[in-house]
Design a protein around this ligand. Structure first.
Ligand code: AHR
Length: 652
């Protein structure tokens, strides 16, 4: 091998590479090519990225979400020390109409017996999403809303306990009002536990209403309140995505009209947000709502790409995918003016001045500056029916008229071809939609053999956002097939504006999609080889593409390569993919960059085609970074089943 296997700081080249701004001979490509698609599927938000540790904190779980669920699901009634009382679920005078259910705790008797050792009282316990993870010395922010219903204040004992009932942290709160009031305290864990429970227990006789019982680690990503799980969010930040599409996926258009994602329900104080059934069969609290999505984008330097429904529901509503996806429901025309206004209001909320109605709401949430929204998606792989077309066109025209500065992303169905794809493209051509969202999940071989798909696209038609794609699987051979395809997206970066792998997150035990980018449980995170491929591309994006720098046997579809330059840094980046089972050569000629010799940073991912990362060994496949000596012209022998990225500085 040509490279020096050592991890030294990498040096710049003996290069005559002209100013980074000019990049001679290169084709301008999308500067925002690789980003993320986030959807609350596989417990990605609640129980995942959203750092709330209490499950069903607002007592809104119900049987429409899962047959066995009810408002007290995931709560356990407790009455230690021969105490007794009653609990009931109530809806009269709730904390907020969007959050209608709460619990009334009526404590009739608290036992105080010499024979009984330990805390006594009446209350309940929550074990979070399969256990609450606490770390020794770390702080946890507890809060609840209470309304005192008895004459006397109620003393509440709040504790974190391990499965043996040993107290890991405790504190208390006393009610002081017969109105709904938020009470908060901090719990500092004196020991680690991966399966702790939160106990809220009244220690004296009395009656009170309780809602929004919440526990967050103090350390969230960037220490945001109502924030994100720090390790998972960091994993996403490490990718350095150029954009994030949210909140879905099928979650956007929903299971019937009543289940469409309405962004206004997801902003403002969390206790006033409207949770709802998640199309993926659980509950979405909306705690991770539009404010948090936009904030996260800003925190990691990614452009926000919110997607709103095109006023139609998912064609598979009610499970009609079983009989051919005929379940698309459409918003009545009479409701369209209000719905269109809802779309326009999002733009004002994101970008409008604080003096505007919706800009003021953003400012009230703590963000006076605009969020710099540039893109908005309308629709998600909808069935392209006349009803869809009519509604999409109305929304599209309104956005175009009121906000010509916003780029609308349309949709062309769920597959890489077929009737919806064709009809979607016809509509795109007719309306001149700036960008359309293509989706395809297919086998790795398809990605290998379709590497020239976008080379054939009309350069004057709509640009493509490849919003969802994955080869079925998380083995190295899947990741390498995707890598080959990603080089073709770079080559066609004048047509393909953006691309995002899907789905992003999957919780162990709650995985609903066969292939995902990152797996995790409450403690561990397993990045797939597909994640590493994404990271190698996202960390090494360029905005100019160069032909003829890397030569290889083009009739061999297992080989792929690309060369891009980043005009901001002046770096030249080579990517070489060998998806075969034997080592193969690439011939590189850097003379057009004026590069003669020097050290480059090389990142290499390779291994057994069938290898994958698991919870037992999350590092079976990890890219290796080394310093690599390059010459003006050299042969690079790429390992079987490998992706190599070579990055060269051209400025001092
Ligand atoms: O990514 C999972 C699902 O795949 C998305 O929700 C949907 O858009 C697609 O069918």
């Amino acid at each position: 091998m040509l490279f020096i296997l050592a991890l030294f700081a990498w040096c710049s080249f003996h290069a005559g590479f002209v100013s980074a701004q000019t990049v001679p001979g290169g084709k301008k490509i999308s500067p925002v090519l690789f980003g993320l698609f986030f959807e609350d599927i596989n417990y990605a938000a609640d129980g995942g990225l959203y750092a709330e540790l209490v499950q069903n904190r607002s007592f809104e779980y119900n049987p429409t979400e899962r047959k066995e669920w009810h408002p007290f699901a995931y709560w356990e009634y407790i009455s230690p020390g021969y105490s007794y009382g009653r609990i009931s679920v109530e809806t009269k005078e709730p904390l907020h109409p969007n959050n209608p259910h709460y619990i009334v705790l009526d404590v009739e008797f608290v036992g105080h017996y010499e024979q009984y050792k330990g805390e006594t009282g009446v209350g309940f316990k929550n074990s979070g999403f399969d256990g609450i993870v606490v770390r020794e010395g770390e702080k946890y922010n507890f809060s609840l809303f209470a309304r005192q219903l008895s004459d006397v204040p109620v003393q509440l004992w709040i504790s974190l306990q391990n499965p043996k009932g040993e107290v890991l942290s405790e504190n208390s709160i006393s009610t002081s009002s017969t109105d709904w009031v938020k009470y908060a305290t901090t719990l500092t864990a004196k020991a680690c536990c991966d399966t702790a429970s939160l106990v809220v227990m009244a220690r004296n006789e009395g009656k009170l209403a309780l809602d929004m019982i919440s526990l967050f680690p103090e350390k969230t990503f960037k220490n945001r309140t109502n924030g994100l799980r720090a390790d998972l969010a960091q994993m996403l930040a490490d990718l350095q995505p150029k954009f994030i599409r949210f909140p879905g996926g099928c979650l956007v258009h929903g299971d019937g009209l009543g289940n469409m994602y309405r962004w206004k329900n997801t902003i403002g104080p969390v206790e006033q947000r409207k949770g709802q059934r998640n199309i993926w069969g659980y509950h979405q609290t909306a705690g991770l709502g539009f404010f948090e999505y936009f904030q996260f984008c800003e925190d990691i330097g990614a452009k926000p790409l919110p997607v709103l429904p095109a006023a139609v529901s998912c064609q598979n509503s009610g499970g009609t995918w079983r009989i051919g996806g005929t379940g698309q429901q459409t918003l009545p025309m009479g409701e369209m003016p209000d719905y269109i206004q809802e779309v326009l209001d999002l733009i004002e909320w994101a970008n409008g001045p604080v003096t505007s109605e919706w800009g003021a709401k953003r400012a009230a949430a703590g963000h006076s500056e605009p969020f710099m929204l540039e893109y908005i998606g309308i629709g998600n792989e909808d069935k392209i029916t006349p009803e869809f077309e009519e509604r999409f066109t109305m929304i599209y025209n309104a956005v175009k008229k009121e906000h010509p500065e916003i780029t609308v992303v349309g949709t062309v169905g769920p597959f890489h071809s077929g009737p919806d794809f064709e009809k979607g493209w016809e509509l795109a051509n007719e309306l001149k939609i700036p960008v359309v969202d293509e989706h395809y999940y297919t086998d790795p071989n398809w990605f290998i053999t379709n590497q020239y798909r976008y080379d054939r696209y009309d350069r004057n038609a709509s640009k493509v956002y490849l919003g969802e794609y994955a080869s079925w699987g998380n083995k190295l051979r899947n990741a390498i097939a995707e890598a080959a395809y990603l080089t073709s997206l770079e080559r066609n970066g004048d047509v393909v504006l953006m691309a995002s792998y899907a789905p992003l997150l999957a919780k162990k035990g709650f995985t609903q999609w066969r292939t995902d980018l990152i797996f995790y449980d409450n403690v561990n995170i397993v990045p797939t080889p597909n994640y590493h491929v994404q990271k190698m591309f996202m960390n090494n994006q360029g905005d100019f593409y160069f032909e003829n720098i890397i030569e290889y046997n083009k009739s061999d579809s297992t080989l792929a390569a690309s060369c891009v330059a980043d005009s901001k840094t002046g770096d030249v980046i080579l990517k070489m993919v060998n998806a075969s089972n034997e080592n193969k050569n690439f011939v590189i000629d850097l003379s057009s960059f004026g590069i003669t010799e020097g050290e480059a940073e090389m990142t290499l991912l390779n291994g057994d085609a069938e290898a994958e990362n698991t919870f037992f060994d999350s590092e079976t496949l990890v890219p290796e970074k080394v310093v690599f000596d390059v010459d003006e012209k050299f042969v690079y022998p790429a390992f079987a089943m490998s992706l190599t990225v070579i990055r060269m500085k051209t400025t001092q």
